[in-house]
Ligand binder design. Structure first.
Ligand SMILES: Cc1ncc(COP(=O)(O)O)c(C=O)c1O
Length: 373
């Protein structure tokens, strides 16, 4: 599949600008899910095995997109949060993380620290929410053992500079929640130690399609505290409790959902064929389009202007009295966005067409015409 065919495969209704919330499923994912559902209904061993094999395929494809060929370092997860919990509960020592991170991180870190007593939280609280190398450098102490950070901040759309963060933290663990960037931005994930993401937004694969990558250092240092019976090597452990696997498989609880794995594999195959670099370039043009209209109608944008510091999210922060009228105008024009805490998060994707952008411009024009300065 090439970029044009990929863009053309976005067959949802115009007006959808909420890819950071949920990604409507791609046609190939829908077709695969239907076909596999039929196979699972057949009762034939070969058909069941065929569907089950998608778990292996999904891990292999995810590994390649991470930047490794070692699929044993990738483990499927029901959701991003599960992967992050496996990583965080297995830590010891100081854990640096932003107070404003998506609650997958903040809640897991707080619960783990309270339950185990072996993790000390080192909260980062930058004014603008950006976890920059400077912010991390200032917070670093001799006790710091890990940094957990979003690749792309779910609120502001700020894309962290993983290479610069790595320079600051040295060989401490770098745990990355890549949910808001995986599949749309070209990143060297092998700079990190743990990467967790899911497929129900930017990958268009639906729920249940998450995975986690644990690199060598992570496998050495993170204890598989939440490891279940699927986290062992070999067959079902009966009448014996073997140690957890030495691979990333240790960070699993029960068996994966083969239908979800099939959707994930299909989505990953699609973006691999198109190429992440060209997807990133095209998406940067769509977010620039959104910023163009925001600038034209004087709606403040808090997302970074440099393409390398953003991904697919553009966040608008109108004056407090303008937030409700802006959200209302967007809704009245048939646009789907996330309006929260006075901010409007606009998230286009590669296939966001001129029709949707025109509606967006019209909505901002109508809002601007009624604005009281
Ligand atoms: C940055 C980030 N992390 C984690 C999540 C939650 O992911 P999941 O539902 O797969 O646990 C979200 C969902 O919006 C998110 O934006």
């Amino acid at each position: 599949m090439d970029l044009d065919a990929y863009a053309a495969s976005f067959d949802g209704e115009p007006g959808y600008l909420d890819w950071a919330g949920f990604g409507p499923l791609s046609p190939t994912v829908r077709a695969e899910a239907q076909a596999d559902t039929e196979l699972l209904g057949s009762g034939r061993r070969t058909s069941l095995d065929l569907v089950r094999d998608h778990a292996r395929e999904a891990r292999e494809l995810a590994a390649v997109l991470i930047g490794t060929t070692d699929a044993t370092q990738v483990v499927l997860q029901p959701s991003t949060t599960y992967g992050l919990m496996h990583a965080i509960y297995g830590l010891a020592g100081g854990l640096m993380l932003g107070r404003g991170e998506f609650p997958s991180l903040t809640v897991a870190a707080t619960r783990a620290s309270e339950a185990l007593g072996s993790i000390q939280l080192q909260w980062l609280e930058p004014q603008d929410g950006r976890i920059t190398p400077e912010v991390v450098r200032d917070a670093l102490t001799d006790d710091s053992r890990a940094l957990a950070v979003s690749l792309v901040d779910f609120r502001t759309g700020y894309r962290a500079d993983l290479a610069a963060l790595r320079d600051v933290i040295g060989d401490r663990l770098l745990i990355v929640d890549a949910t808001q960037g995986f599949g749309v931005v070209d990143v060297d994930y092998t700079i990190a130690d743990v990467v967790c993401a899911h497929g129900y937004k930017w990958l268009r694969a639906g729920r249940g399609t998450a995975f986690a990558w644990f690199g060598d250092r992570a496998l050495e240092r993170i204890a598989p505290v939440l490891s279940g019976f699927r986290g062992v090597d070999g067959d079902l452990p009966i009448d014996t409790v073997p140690p957890p696997s030495s691979s990333a498989q240790a960070f699993s609880v029960a068996g994966p959902d083969a239908l979800a794995a099939a959707r994930l594999a299909t989505a990953l195959r699609e973006v691999s064929a198109v190429g992440i670099a060209s997807i990133e370039t095209e998406l940067a043009a769509r977010t620039a389009d959104v910023m163009f209209f925001a600038d034209r109608y004087d709606v403040p944008v808090i997302t970074a202007r440099e393409p390398e510091r953003r991904a697919g999210i553009v966040t608008l922060e109108p004056a407090p009295q303008d937030a409700a009228p802006l959200a209302a105008s967007l809704a009245n024009h048939g646009l789907t966005v996330t309006a929260r805490s006075g901010q409007v998060r606009v998230a286009p994707h590669v296939g966001t067409g001129a029709d949707t952008l025109r509606l967006f411009g019209d909505a901002l024009a109508a809002f601007s015409a009624t604005r009281v300065w």
